[in-house]
Design a binder for this molecule. Structure first.
Ligand SMILES: C[S@@+](CC[C@H](N)C(=O)[O-])C[C@H]1O[C@@H](n2cnc3c(N)ncnc32)[C@H](O)[C@@H]1O
Length: 118
């Protein structure tokens, strides 16, 4: 049986187009954004991380998929955006306390067939 990482790596390996459109919720409420440190948990290809970094946040982007995180890292480097990309399993990764000004988690529990942003 495939692990979550294998399933998501496979999924992202099949995705040739990297959507950079943030989630509509984040887009609609961008007027509330400020600056500081943000966490994008289960970031996937990182459209929301990129959006937040472009709006002034230093972003920690975490996902279990090595493929997704590698692609996000390349995109962040290309755009010179302050996104720290980390491969980790959030089922057992211990997040630091009280360091983030903003935490976003979009569709962490969605199945691979219903990922809206990839
Ligand atoms: C439906 S996608 C959502 C991606 C992104 N948040 C978005 O809105 O485009 C779900 C994400 O959760 C990640 N994921 C699944 N299980 C995970 C786990 N245990 N730890 C970290 N990330 C996980 C997958 O790799 C995938 O990128």
């Amino acid at each position: 049986m495939k692990t979550d990482r294998e399933k998501w790596d496979h999924r992202y390996s099949q995705e040739t187009v990297q959507t950079l459109t943030p989630d509509s919720f984040l887009y609609d409420y961008q007027g509330l954004l400020s600056s500081g440190r943000a966490l994008d948990a289960a970031c996937g290809l990182g459209a929301n991380s990129i959006f937040l970094a472009a709006h002034g946040y230093e972003v920690d982007a975490i996902d279990i998929s090595i493929v997704a995180v590698s692609r996000l890292r390349a995109e962040a480097t290309h755009r010179n955006l302050p996104i720290r990309c980390l491969v980790a399993d959030l089922d057992n990764y211990i997040l630091p306390k009280q360091i983030y000004d903003l935490v976003v988690v979009f569709y962490f529990f969605f199945s691979s067939f219903h990922c809206p942003n990839t």
